[in-house]
Design a protein. Structure first.
Lengths: 257, 150
């Protein structure tokens, strides 16, 4: 089972994303965006990792979204293969129109954060909870609250289409929402770190095989990554909840691809 | 109250403009030139001459090592050359530039600034119809940005 981690110039999370993929028994290959020799259609799934692809020129994710490699990934997604975009990767999928994927146009944005204490880049630990029906990325998650970090300046899901939020709810496309430690979705800072509508942290396409997620699950894959962890070295290598997103991807491929 | 526009351009290579030019080429648009400038519109009470003299010297807006600037009134025409056909001004909706206003007013002494609008001004050697396409296909995400053709 091979997963292509697409490495655009400026991405910087490809190594740890590959490690997270391999922690669940899939093989990760970091593929440069312009490596035209690689047969991308031979991979079972794709991850677009975090960072600053093309330095966020014009705006985050848009140049990478227009790259020819995304045409291949779009076609493979139509065949049902899973595509995960993390942080900058989420921005690339949004700017390519693959998320939410309801029309042939860009229906949503990952806009600059609205944050009462800081303009621009903001990093912190947040909690998210699964709110969608079963999709490629949440198969092992019921009501668990995942603690994981965000680190972004443009993480606010925003849309000018007043009906889009209702459509996303109706289609069960809102995969994860920011919540507090009790699992309540308080639509205010600091529970919502960036002003995202409806506390949305991740959105899938209608089919559930493509997901844009702003928090970083690869940074919450081992217990040793979680703040406040106290335990032995052996316990530190144990799984944290972020790993379940990658486990789900693997199970989805086993059953569907 | 008066309104003044400050347009700031790079005199060193503009990597963002170069990337945008090449991306448009790959998308099938034929341009000979594309320029990008930072755009500010100030709404100010007080002495216009004094403001215009000072604002271009604010180094958080104009770094003389890499920028040059033009100041004009909103109703004045831009300086065009034979390769300029259309300008696209892109702004973020809901951007009131509050931290810039605060810095200019409270730290740099521009106490008479009432409001600032800011954006990115793209200059393209294409007609308005093509510029609109380019804006909507690349330069603007209308879910949080707006644009106008000049």
């Amino acid at each position: 089972m091979k997963i292509a981690v697409i490495w655009f110039p400026g991405n910087n999370c490809e190594e740890e994303t590959a490690r997270a993929i391999e922690s669940v028994g899939m093989k990760a290959e970091i593929i440069r965006w312009n490596d035209y020799d690689k047969k991308l259609d031979k991979y079972d799934g794709y991850v677009v990792p975090g960072g600053w692809a093309y330095e966020d020129r014009i705006r985050a994710g848009v140049i990478a979204a227009k790259d020819s490699v995304m045409n291949i990934i779009r076609e493979e997604a139509k065949k049902g293969k899973p595509v995960l975009g993390i942080c900058n990767g989420a921005q690339v999928l949004v700017e390519s129109g693959m998320i939410p994927g309801l029309k042939e146009e860009i229906e949503i944005a990952l806009a600059p954060n609205k944050n009462p204490i800081i303009n621009g880049y903001y990093c912190t630990w947040v909690r998210i909870k699964n709110t969608a029906r079963k999709n490629a990325f949440n198969m092992f998650l019921k009501d668990e609250i995942i603690l994981l970090p965000v680190a972004h300046a443009e993480g606010r899901f925003a849309t000018r289409d007043k009906k889009l939020l209702d459509k996303l709810k109706e289609n069960n496309q809102i995969a994860f929402r920011y919540c507090d430690e009790k699992g309540d979705f308080a639509e205010e800072f600091p529970v919502n770190p960036n002003g995202s509508i409806h506390n949305i942290a991740a959105i899938t396409n209608k089919e559930g095989n493509v997901m844009s997620i702003m928090p970083h699950p690869e940074r919450a894959t081992w217990k040793k990554q979680i703040p406040g962890f106290k335990g032995t070295f052996e316990e530190a290598e144990g799984p944290a909840l972020g790993r379940k997103i990658f486990e789900s991807m693997k199970r989805y491929i086993e059953e569907n691809v | 109250m008066f309104e003044t526009e400050l347009i700031v351009r790079l005199i060193i290579p503009d990597n963002t403009a170069v990337t945008t030019f090449h991306t448009l080429e790959r998308m099938g648009y034929k341009l000979r030139r594309l320029n990008r400038e930072n755009y500010y519109k100030f709404y100010v009470d007080g002495n216009e001459k004094e403001f215009v003299k000072r604002i271009g010297k604010v180094d958080i807006l104009v770094n003389y090592n890499k920028n040059r600037y033009t100041i004009k009134k909103p109703d004045e025409k831009f300086e065009d050359d034979e390769l300029t056909n259309t300008r696209v001004l892109v702004k973020n909706i809901d951007d009131n530039a509050s931290s810039l206003v605060s810095t200019l007013k409270e730290r740099l002494g521009f106490k008479n600034i009432k409001k600032i609008e800011r954006g990115v001004l793209w200059t393209l050697d294409v007609d308005k119809k093509t510029a609109k396409e380019i804006a909507e296909n690349l330069l603007v995400n209308k879910n949080y940005q707006e644009y106008k053709l000049i």
